[in-house]
Design a protein around this ligand. Structure first.
Ligand code: ADE
Length: 417
């Protein structure tokens, strides 16, 4: 199987949208230029399990410019942009991903990317790594290492490393500052609001918007929802984060207290069953529930299905569940990442930095894999800083430089005044 996509006829539409996205990805474009001269990934077979979007297409082109042979599958059954998959196939890449694919096809596609015996795995959610470790350990010998895009994946990998079962080094791209400060905060913030609005076309101003989780994604989502005029409630389990949310000006309370108040609910915790039966029982008629965390486990959909006397899809990405007492609860995008299911994921300008980190992480693995332990590693700070410097330059922003006296002052301990 060379590829498995929805419709190759969508290629031209995909190419135009990729062209549009690439205009907002100057850092990745610069890396591509260097890669095409230096070919740091020459001879490398790379399996990429990512959301198949216009931004991912730009990354794939960059990795290929560096000399890699790239195989692509989806990191979520509902996030693929079918026109992008078609465009990539028309450019000669092997892509296995179809929006709305069932679980069996999803794993068939992951396995198709592993059949090629990759030297580098590039994950968003650790599905390649998990599949290799649980079912295909024979592939490990030729793997230099992996990269991981997202918080959920990094948590999975760190727990594997702690238990001593991780069989190759992985670069946690998510842990770069130029990734999580921006992608998780501004990317998730904007794209989640975008997904909710495209799905529902509801007014956010004056509504009660409940954000479960105040990590980087939760912070971004809360600030964007507030910016749209919503009254934001945060639920948390971490006292420090809850305190930060309160001092950022939001109402903070347990989910059981927020449940009867919320018009919108969005989970971004990375954990399971954050909204469950006891909460559905308390919600008001018309409550809208969705998730922007990586896996569709944050909302207990099984309970919602069991509680409902009927269900119907009332518009695209909106399924309405009617409770025995007549209340209706709308679940968006099957509880999957709403920003990628109903919208197009994070805007290109922020993915520019995330995918610059991915491209440089693969180069770093090729150069350093023999020295790296079988742990989860960060990219060196100088790489992170270089990406920030290039991004600032692309935005036409200049910053100050320390004077020699300031450098001396910062490195001395004698001078207090
Ligand atoms: N994750 C979130 N937004 C994304 C995008 N636009 N492309 C790829 N992965 C993403």
């Amino acid at each position: 199987m060379d590829y498995d996509i929805k419709d190759i006829g969508l290629a031209q539409a995909g190419q135009l949208r990729i062209e549009w996205a690439e205009r907002s990805m100057p850092v990745l474009r610069m890396i591509r230029e260097r890669f095409s001269k230096e070919k740091p990934l020459s001879g490398i077979v790379l399996a990429a399990c990512l959301h198949v979007t216009t931004e991912t297409a730009s990354l794939v082109r960059t990795l290929a410019a560096g000399g890699a042979k790239v195989y692509v599958c989806a990191s979520n059954p509902l996030s693929t942009q079918d026109d992008v998959a078609a465009a990539l196939v028309s450019e000669g890449y092997n892509v296995f991903s179809i929006k709305g694919e069932d679980t069996e096809t999803y794993y068939k596609h992951i396995n198709a990317c592993l059949d090629v015996k990759p030297h580098i795995t590039m994950d968003d959610g650790a599905d390649l790594v998990s599949c290799i470790h649980s079912q295909r350990q024979n592939l490990v010998d030729t793997i230099l290492g992996g990269t991981e895009e997202t918080t959920t994946g990094v948590i999975r990998l760190k727990s594997m490393a702690e238990r001593g079962v991780l069989l190759f080094p992985v670069i946690a791209v998510n842990d770069s500052n130029t990734k999580h400060f921006f992608d998780n905060r501004y990317g998730t913030g904007q794209s989640t609001v975008d997904g909710i609005l495209r799905a529902t076309n509801r007014l956010m101003a004056g509504s009660w918007f409940v954000v479960a989780g105040y990590g980087w994604c939760g912070r971004g989502l809360a600030s964007r929802a507030a910016g749209m005029g919503a009254r934001v409630i945060i639920t948390e389990v971490d006292p420090l984060r809850a305190l930060e949310a309160a001092m950022d000006g939001y109402s903070v309370m347990p989910m059981a207290q927020a449940a009867p108040l919320g018009d919108f609910f969005c989970t971004v915790t990375g954990d399971r069953s954050v909204i469950r039966e006891e909460h559905f029982k308390l919600m008001k008629d018309g409550a809208i529930v969705c998730n922007s965390g990586h896996f569709n486990v944050e909302i207990d959909i099984d309970s919602l299905e069991k509680m409902a006397v009927s269900r119907r899809v009332i518009r695209g990405f909106v399924e309405e569940f009617t409770m025995p007492d007549g209340r209706r609860i709308a679940l968006l995008g099957e509880g999957r990442l709403i920003n990628l299911a109903a919208a197009e994921g994070h805007p290109s300008s922020v993915m520019d930095m995330s995918f610059a980190n991915q491209a440089l992480a693969s180069e770093f693995l090729v150069k350093n894999s023999s020295k790296l332990s079988k742990q989860v590693h960060k990219l060196p700070d100088h790489v992170d800083n270089e990406i920030a410097t290039l991004k600032l330059a692309s935005m036409g922003i200049k910053i100050d430089v320390l004077t020699p006296e300031q450098v001396e002052y910062l490195s001395s301990w004698e001078m207090g005044t």
